[in-house]
Ligand binder design. Structure first.
Ligand SMILES: Nc1nc2c(ncn2[C@@H]2O[C@H](COP(=O)(O)OP(=O)(O)OP(=O)(O)O)[C@@H](O)[C@H]2O)c(=O)[nH]1
Length: 373
């Protein structure tokens, strides 16, 4: 039921910018509300005394047609026309109906409800224009309250009290439900924004090919890690891994196979480095950087050797390697001592130097940073 009514007021919003879509939906909602809210009054006129109330009944039929026409205009992409029609239709209807049945019936309370949602139905509301429209609503309300105290076709006591109650409930429902619907829209928009921020954040911190964290994440992680290492007085180790003779792998097997090889290696690295505090990143190209917080050099050396052995055990054939018949990696390792003062970038550069010594000394091996590297 709710879903099919919602479909009605969402008609014409598809593909529209969010603010315009909101305005269209709100105009549709007011038009639907106006048409439906008129019904109890019509039933009263119809069954109570049609001979007396036929003028107001007939005019109300016209106003209901006005609401339906506004819906039609919105569906036909004439949004401004539709919004203006709804507002003029509703304001005139309240004035005319109050003229006939008198202020005591409380129909003019709907001016208050319209005033409370007025700012929601203009895409870019300008304060001056809104103040002017609110002023018009106030004047209309006062006219109804004082000029139409004596009605043309009044509603008799005690029924007029019931009608007043119906008007109050109607006005409350209009302003309350519109605030609710608007709140829902805002929550929905906020959820979408949070989700797209998360997606963007993930996208900007992840390497597309391997799914590992990228260099940007590494930089942020290292900054945090440096402070933590000093605070806890625990060492941090960095491993730099580079695929051996990868250029010739690409040349021989093709770029696509090269990509798949990098994916397999990335998976192997994450299989070995499993502590939640560790970070495996793709540093760039065929190079991976791994940060091992709270890990002294000897332990990091063991992990580095495991990584090297794991990649070799993948047994990915590499016919053009100068080292082995399979794909291998070289690993450089450097450790930031607990009280070490050097910046993380320096530790990273040291791991890189150790890596190039591993390359120079024959590849497929692990080397720890030494002074002079
Ligand atoms: N398929 C693929 N290749 C890449 C990617 N990123 C870098 N490469 C290739 O990796 C190769 C790296 O080559 P080099 O830096 O010369 O190193 P190498 O051939 O591995 O030699 P050593 O490191 O000395 O063992 C280059 O041919 C790059 O094109 C990638 O995302 N996919």
């Amino acid at each position: 039921m709710y879903a099919s009514i919602k479909k009605l007021w969402l008609r014409g919003t598809l593909g529209r910018p969010p603010r315009l879509a909101r305005q269209i939906a709100l105009t549709n909602q007011i038009a639907l509300f106006g048409a439906v809210a008129t019904l109890p009054y019509q039933l009263f006129y119809l069954f109570y005394d049609m001979a007396l109330y036929w003028p107001v009944f007939s005019l109300n039929m016209l106003f209901m047609a006005g609401y339906l026409a506004a819906l039609g205009f919105n569906w036909g992409q004439r949004h401004t026309y539709s919004r203006n029609l709804v507002l003029i239709n509703a304001c005139t209807q309240i004035l005319v109906v109050t003229y006939f049945i008198g202020a005591a019936a409380g129909v003019h309370l709907f001016y208050y409800a319209i005033g409370s949602v007025l700012s929601l139905i203009f895409i870019r509301y300008r304060a001056g224009m809104l103040a002017l429209l609110l002023g018009v609503l106030v004047v209309l309300f006062l006219v109804c309250q004082f000029a139409f105290a004596e009605a043309a076709t009044p509603v008799p006591e005690p029924l007029v009290h019931w009608m007043f109650a119906v008007s109050v409930v109607g006005a409350m429902t209009l302003s309350g439900s519109f605030s609710y619907l608007f709140r829902k829209e805002i929550d929905h928009a906020e959820d979408q924004l949070i989700q797209s921020n998360r997606d963007l954040e993930k996208l900007s911190s992840t390497d597309k090919l391997t799914g590992l964290a990228n260099r940007r994440s590494l930089d942020r992680f290292l900054n945090r890690e440096w402070s933590r290492s000093h605070q806890d007085q625990l060492p941090t180790s960095i491993l730099m891994c580079d695929v051996d003779c990868f250029k010739s792998y690409n040349d021989h097997y093709g770029h696509q196979a090269g990509d798949e090889c990098l994916q397999a290696i990335a998976q192997a690295l994450t299989d070995v480095v499993r502590r939640p505090t560790d970070l495996v990143t793709r540093y760039g190209g065929e190079e991976f950087a791994i940060v091992l917080p709270m890990t002294p050099e000897t332990d990091a050396g063991v992990i580095a050797e495991r990584l090297r052995a794991r990649v070799e055990s993948l047994a990915i054939p590499h016919a053009r390697s100068e080292v082995a018949p399979v794909v291998t990696i070289s690993v450089g390792l450097s450790t930031l001592a607990p009280a070490g003062e050097q910046p993380m970038e320096q530790v990273l550069a040291q791991a890189d130097s150790a890596l190039y010594r591993a390359k120079r000394e024959g590849r497929n091996q692990v080397r720890q940073y030494r002074d002079g590297d």
